[in-house]
Design a protein around this ligand. Structure first.
Ligand code: MTE
Ligand code: HPA
Ligand code: MOS
Length: 765
């Protein structure tokens, strides 16, 4: 089944916030943001801006009717700056005008005087200054201190990975329409409608029931709209209530890039110990997360880094500490993988460090240490239905790894100016929100008198195809054709108290809730069929929109059955709730079973590096992936391809740069390079591992949204290994993204003291 939006997408008929027909009298908003990264506000002058044509109002923190606070995990984030500013791009005032260009023109006339302080932009510097979002967290398994004594080889090093701009095609935005009883209806491009409703309620001092949030779909979110769609929606609502007029606030691209946070950069130190047979005995790591100026989702992202710090490997002794460092950058936030990729990059860097020093290909160490059934993760959960080795073996065989090895070796021997390299990248990603309470969802289904059905859930469609999978759930449980099924918008009056669509769990959670609702309706209708046909209910099923009795079609069709049920005054609507069973996690002891299941896979990546120019191509990515029993192979393949390319972008070309003043230099698509069609590997093979699916996955089809992104890490190491073919001994940092500039420096640049230390073998037994 195709993505249900494919036709309207390609015809430009799908609607987004910016397409909603405007109500008469609508005002347009523009946000005035801080020009400094740190300091106290001495004066804010809006007088001349207020005189500009079309300007209706300019709102600041003192106009916030409720609490000037939108923090989600911690209350540390003002809606509008009050007294001080903490990052460039921080919202200070909202300008409302009759047209958008008038609002933007007036913005240039606001004057702000700030007593600037020296900003901190670097995570390690923040730690040194004691600037933390919360105290560090530590996950521990076994005893690393004792374990070092058992190691034949010990290596230390440092690994850095950079930020990443979400670059959803639809920028952040909201449209607020004031309603009766002092309430407001909000159309928001958010992954978390309930979060928007809650934050609006607090800031406006209104009960949640007066705030209705509606989401048709997003033009991409990628985590960037899990928390950071909120300020724009709250501001639009505040503008609407303060003026009594509808307010539309949609960010322009450069405003969006400047004002919103990105993937967290990490700067980490590791120590890895191996036995003679290359099994990893101990792993120690300190993560420095660059959280930005406020908490946002950083504490949860940090936790997911710790959960994934050993990637797909079984390591008996682990000591992992993570520092959430407060800096004067826009609050960094959720981004596909949610801290997991950052953790896995450090693990892979540690293995690569050991491999290079020991003169083996990293895949030798990787393969030796793959998770097995029953292996324990550093948080106590045991791997079950573990397919780590299975995926690796399949990949080795299906893609003829041995032949690839000799091919690359032969090529490199003959090729002086271009070198090739390959890498293996196994992944293991935990599925469920790590905050157990978020693992719940609800669905509401109505069967109408003509037999058509409409349903609502808490799931937000952002391109990932969750609505298509939900339609498939209805098709399967009620035997209805696609044409009879309508997916309603995601709306807080129909699905209340929802979790954001995130953690790759949108289809599992909402799909299970919808399945429950459909099964309840089915049961009710079959009871009616049983009395109409005078057959025992357990002999009846629904197939092809007809009641079947012991495999034989009856004369009773769906429409007639629905009409008969109505005549008998049977409820044709159902609301259902689902909560993932089995989950528990104690965040004091850092022990429990936080994940419903894990997703596994292995990618083999080949890259070529041009030794003259420092440019490279990622030639081939060949994957064996555990989809469970995919309910929609077309969508799942699309998610995998998209995730891989986004991961390659993060690891190779997307470079977020702030200067020492905290100013974003890569603030437009002319200075920030994202993958285009030429960056997509010429060969991108995805094989579906043949396995029984997992019962906690929707229709046994495993979550697919985030895990494939981490295959992109393989591109970094394939390029590194190609560079290694040219300069086998030269010290070389682990610093992503591996841009062409860094490639040239790795080949010909000066050697830094720090790097040469990173490579040296220490403390041999
Ligand atoms: N795919 C598209 N096309 N657009 C998106 O914004 N977001 C990703 C992933 N795939 C995203 C996407 C992220 S970050 C997550 S968590 C999941 O989709 C969310 O959807 P799901 O839970 O339904 O998989
Ligand atoms: N993943 C994604 N988003 C989240 C999570 C998570 O584990 N926890 C809170 N928001
Ligand atoms: Mo995805 S980063 O969990 O929205």
């Amino acid at each position: 089944m195709k993505h249900i939006d494919s036709k309207t997408h390609t015809r430009g008929q799908s609607t987004y916030v910016d397409d909603i027909p405007l109500v008469e009298g609508t005002l347009f908003g523009a946000v005035f943001d801080s020009p400094s990264a740190a300091g106290s506000i001495i004066d804010l002058n809006i007088e001349s801006a207020l005189q500009m044509p079309g300007v209706v109002a300019i709102l600041t923190w003192s106009d916030v009717p409720g609490v000037n606070e939108i923090g989600n995990i911690f209350p540390d984030e003002p809606l509008l700056a009050e007294g001080s500013v903490h990052y460039m791009g921080q919202p200070v005032a909202l300008i409302l005008a009759e047209t958008e260009s008038q609002a933007r023109a007036a913005r240039a006339h606001i004057k702000i005087e700030i007593a600037e302080e020296k900003p901190i932009v670097d995570a390690r510097a923040a730690r040194a200054a004691g600037q933390l979002i919360h105290p560090p967290r530590t996950f521990q398994l076994g005893d690393t201190e004792k374990a070092w004594a058992q190691c034949a080889h010990i290596f230390e090093g440092r690994a850095e990975s950079g930020g990443q701009e979400h670059l959803y095609i639809e920028t952040q935005g909201a449209y607020a329409i004031p309603g009766e009883y002092g309430g407001v209806k909000l159309f928001s491009s958010t992954q978390g409608p309930t979060q928007v409703q809650k934050a609006t309620s607090r800031a406006l001092g209104l009960p949640m029931h007066l705030i209705e949030v509606d989401v048709a779909r997003l033009g991409g979110g990628f985590g960037g709209k899990e928390d950071q769609a909120t300020p724009w929606a709250v501001l639009a609502a505040m503008g609407a209530l303060s003026t009594g007029k509808p307010v539309k606030l949609v960010l322009h691209r450069m405003d969006d890039m400047r004002m919103t946070g990105k993937r967290h950069p990490y700067d980490s130190d590791f120590k890895i110990g191996l036995a003679k047979d290359l099994s990893i005995v101990a792993f120690q790591v300190q993560f420095h997360q660059n959280a930005g100026a406020v908490a946002d989702l950083s504490p949860a992202v940090l936790e997911r880094t710790l959960f994934h710090c050993t990637n797909s490997y079984s390591i008996p002794n682990v000591l992992a500490t993570a520092w959430p460092c407060r800096t004067n950058l826009p609050p960094n936030t959720a981004f596909r993988g949610f801290g997991g990729p950052q953790g896995m990059f450090v693990m892979e860097s540690a293995i690569s460090t050991a491999a290079e020093a020991l003169g083996v290909h990293p895949s030798v160490i990787q393969k030796k240490n793959l998770l097995q059934e029953g292996s324990q993760f550093p948080y106590g959960q045991k791997a079950s239905q573990c397919h780590a080795e299975h995926c690796w073996q399949e990949a080795e065989e299906a893609y003829q790894l041995e032949a690839l090895r000799s091919e690359i070796q032969a090529f490199n021997e003959k090729s002086p100016l271009v070198k090739k390299g390959y890498s293996l990248m196994p992944i293991c990603f935990g599925i469920s929100f790590t905050k157990t309470a978020l693992n719940q969802a609800s669905a509401l289904a109505h069967i109408y008198l003509d037999g058509s059905l409409g349903f609502s859930t808490g799931a937000v469609e952002m391109g990932q195809g969750v609505n298509t999978k939900l339609v498939q759930v209805v098709e399967k449980t009620l035997s209805l054709r696609r044409a009879k099924i309508k997916v309603e918008t995601t709306n807080t009056t129909r699905a209340a108290n929802t979790s954001p669509t995130a953690a790759s769990a949108g289809a599992d959670l909402n799909g299970k809730a919808l399945e429950k609702a459909c099964l309840a309706l089915r049961e009710r209708l079959l009871r009616v069929a049983s009395s109409l046909l005078k057959k025992p209910q357990d002999q009846l099923t629904l197939k092809n929109e007809t009641v079947y009795c012991q495999g034989q079609a009856s004369q009773l069709h769906w429409e007639d059955l629905v009409a008969a049920a109505w005549e008998r005054r049977i409820n044709l609507s159902q609301q259902s709730h689902y909560a993932t069973p089995t989950l528990h996690f104690n965040s004091e002891t850092n022990r429990g079973e936080p994940f419903a299941y894990h997703v596994y896979g292995t990618a083999i990546t080949t890259a070529s590096v041009d030794l003259v120019r420092g440019t490279y191509t990622v030639d081939k990515v060949q994957v064996v992936h555990d989809f469970g029993e995919s309910m929609n192979p077309v969508i799942d393949r699309g998610q995998t391809e998209g995730g891989i390319v986004q991961g390659i972008g993060w690891m190779t070309m997307e470079e977020v740069i702030y200067n020492e003043k905290g100013r974003l230099l890569t603030n437009a698509l002319s200075t920030y390079k994202v993958p285009d069609i030429y960056a997509v590997p010429k060969t991108l093979d995805i094989k579906f591992l043949k396995v029984e699916g997992h019962s906690l996955a929707i229709m046994k089809s495993k979550a697919v949204g985030e895990p494939p992104l981490m295959y992109g890490i393989g591109a970094y190491f394939a390029i590194r290994n190609a560079i290694r073919a040219a300069v086998p001994q030269k010290p070389m940092a682990y610093s992503a993204p591996m841009t062409p500039e860094k490639t040239l420096l790795a080949l010909y640049g000066p050697i830094h003291q720090e790097q040469s230390q990173g490579l040296s073998e220490k403390a041999i037994n």
